[in-house]
Design a protein around this ligand. Structure first.
Ligand code: COA
Ligand code: AMP
Length: 634
């Protein structure tokens, strides 16, 4: 270590205002802030209060004005449609200004919400930036969510308008989005005044007269809209993420802190220079897509790649290497699960030999725990640094990482490395005392959180406080458990709540349990995340049937599996459930999910002293064995 990281981190905590006001010089402001950190309403901290800027201006217009107009801003690479298309900064700015004009014509104004329910097409990025341009607040909903999930978001965000597309394209099927959208609007109480629909050649959507208008038609004859100055503290977007109940949490992102933090992160964490090609293989429906497909790279003057495909099957496990070499990618970001999928199909990385990766420098992984095998395998075949880093939708950028633009710290397998500047990461025991080195506890961040992190939840200040700030006063609860070693390396081990991570997608088992419990034959249920060699975790359901139910159990299992797919969506990957007579519980009636998970994974467990009836564990073991789990690890 050169000490540069340590020095920067210490400075960021000792003098946060000086640290972040220096970083804010890299952003264009219409009006400078009055206060870097406004703590007058703590714990509701505000960054750059009084400042005015426009995020779209910083992401597009500014670069055009400074001579990047002809540089590629976005490369759309879509193996599922056989398309590769590049948009310069000048072109993207014009497309965004025109679509922003269409939004204005339909009455969308500063502060209005717009829901974007779209696949990975350039129009999704155009719609996001167009909202930012006019100060409207976008809320992108991932295409793999079912109508009910979309409806919950419509009712919470109350969008004036929805932007969608006729379909998404998965590996072997076209997914018509429009019927899902129609159903969601039917289910929701709030009604948008209009929907703008992109018709894709793979499926034509039927438009609802008076409400729906086609993408091109919506823009006919409109004047391009200019950037509208917004307050640094005004919301840029809302992104819903799984909470501990079926009601998702609307994470709010502000404009000022977000722009400052993301630009800083591009340079200091990812180590990319303006002009280079940066690729995050995620989806615009997730936080990684927001921060590192759209805003981060564009704020930094990079070329970003929008990839509509999978790591395998589009057409093969060499797809990532093809994209890296074809577009000259310098830095890539994806989830470990993508690399597990590639490893499964091409264990020796033979497809890599076909491509020129000479411009490729670093691979970043996040979204789920990175298992040592995957990290080592990626390092061995790429012969480049592979960097695990840890963050969450709430923070919008890395809490813990290896800051490649500051100093490449030694990699310790199993650790995403160290706390980033601005984050005062601590590990606390149940009483709120700091644990010593190597002792597991709740991973928390001492307040205030740095710029870019959530200032609150949408229309839910109280839930913000109760979910994140009330367990340990003065600290933000990340929801993850882990420890630090004596050198400050952080290890993230598991969640302390019911969130599971399926192929890098964050899901709530509590929400799945709510769905199972709604089946008329189900008396009780539990869902846990069982270890999976490809997806990291997959949900497994246990159901106890109501007395007197005589229907075949296989039928009921099939029905609950379908119910989760219909209510939450295919992304839940809920494919396995089993019927048990009773669930293991404590004497006070708490279901012993932790022990059940250990049994499912075949790891050592102790029968909890508080168990009501130890025989229930044997029943669970037998049920799990019947569906291929609970095998002892070799
Ligand atoms: N619209 C509609 N359906 C979608 C969808 C979308 N945008 N995205 C996924 N789905 C569906 C899939 O088709 C699949 O349906 P199925 O049950 O009929 O097969 C289901 O949701 C689960 O999808 P997924 O978790 O992606 O699994 P998969 O088996 O299709 O692919 C991987 C597995 C590992 C290849 C894939 O998850 C992947 O590429 N992961 C990369 C990680 C990533 O992007 N993480 C985001 C955070 S960084
Ligand atoms: P999301 O909000 O979807 O980005 O999910 C965030 C959660 O994913 C975190 O709270 C962790 O539980 C998990 N996670 C993300 N990145 C990592 C990582 N590098 N190591 C371990 N867990 C991670």
């Amino acid at each position: 270590m050169t000490g540069r990281y340590r020095e920067l981190h210490a400075r960021s905590l000792a003098a946060p205002e000086a640290f972040w006001s220096e970083a804010a010089e890299d952003i264009h402001w219409y009006r400078r802030w009055d206060k870097v950190l406004d703590d007058s309403r703590a714990p509701f901290y505000r960054w750059f209060a009084g400042g005015q800027l426009n995020t779209c201006y910083n992401a597009l217009d500014r670069h055009v004005e400074q001579g990047r107009g002809a540089q590629a801003a976005l490369i759309y690479d879509s193996p599922v449609t056989g398309t590769v298309r590049s948009f310069t900064y000048g072109e993207l700015r014009d497309l965004v200004a025109r679509f922003a004009g269409a939004l204005v014509r339909r009455g969308v104004a500063k502060g209005d919400r717009v829901i974007i329910y779209m696949p990975m097409v350039p129009e999704a990025v155009v719609a996001m930036l167009a909202c930012a341009r006019i100060g409207a607040i976008h809320s992108v909903v991932f295409g793999g969510f079912a109508p009910r999930e979309l409806a919950a978001r419509i009712d919470d965000a109350k969008p004036k308008l929805i932007v969608s597309a006729s379909c998404g394209i998965e590996v072997n099927r076209v997914v018509p989005y429009k019927p899902l959208l129609d159903e969601a609007i039917h289910l929701s109480t709030h009604q948008p005044s209009a929907c703008i629909i992109l018709q894709r050649p793979q499926a034509q959507a039927a438009l609802t007269p008076g409400r729906d208008v086609e993408w091109e038609q919506a823009q006919e004859g409109v004047s391009p809209a200019d950037c509208v100055p917004v307050e640094a503290t005004d919301p840029l977007y809302i992104l819903y993420t799984s909470g501990t109940t079926g009601q998702p949490k609307g994470i709010v992102r502000d404009n000022g802190g977000h722009a400052v933090a993301l630009r800083w992160s591009m340079k200091h964490i990812y180590g990319v220079q303006p002009g280079e090609v940066y690729w995050a293989a995620s989806d615009v429906g997730w936080v990684v897509g927001h921060s590192y497909i759209v805003y981060g790279p564009l704020l930094n003057g990079n070329t970003t790649v929008l990839y509509e495909g999978k790591p395998v099957g589009t057409p093969d496990a060499g797809a990532f290497w093809r994209v890296i070499s074809q577009h000259g990618v310098s830095v890539m970001f994806t989830a470990p699960t993508a690399f597990r999928a590639i490893k499964r199909d091409d264990p020796n990385g033979e497809l890599l030999a076909k491509y020129d990766l000479s411009r490729f420098r670093t691979l970043f992984l996040a979204g789920e725990r990175c298992d040592p095998d995957t990290l080592r395998w990626a390092e061995a075949i790429l012969r480049r640094p592979v960097i695990d880093h840890w963050w969450q939708t709430e923070t919008g950028w890395a809490i813990v990482a290896n800051p490649m633009g500051i100093e490449h710290l030694p990699v310790k397998v199993g650790s995403p490395t160290v706390a980033m500047p601005g984050y005062d990461v601590r590990v606390l025991d149940e009483e709120g005392r700091e644990t010593g080195p190597d002792t597991i506890g709740a991973v928390v961040v001492k307040l205030p959180l740095p710029p870019g992190c959530l200032p609150t939840l949408w229309n839910a200040d109280e839930r913000f406080v109760s979910a994140y700030l009330s367990t340990f006063k003065g600290y933000y609860l990340t929801g993850d458990a882990g420890y630090r070693d004596s050198q400050g390396y952080v290890y993230i081990m598991s969640r302390i709540d019911d969130i599971i991570n399926v192929a890098g997608h964050r899901l709530s088992t509590g929400a799945m349990e709510e769905v199972l419990a709604s089946h008329p034959d189900v008396a009780e249920c539990a869902v846990l995340g069982a270890a999976d060699s490809l997806k990291g975790e997959v949900p497994v359901g246990f159901i106890v049937l109501k007395a007197g139910v005589t229907r075949p159990q296989e039928d009921i299992v099939k029905e609950v599996v379908q119910l989760v797919r219909d209510r939450i969506g295919p992304v839940a990957a809920f494919k396995t459930a089993t019927v048990v007579q009773r669930l293991p519980k404590t004497r006070s009636g708490k279901i012993l999910r932790g022990t059940m998970k250990k049994i499912a994974d075949g790891t050592e467990y102790k029968t909890p002293a508080t168990i009501d009836d130890a025989a229930t564990l044997d029943e669970v073991t037998a049920a799990l064995r019947r569906i291929g789990y609970a095998r002892k690890k070799e």
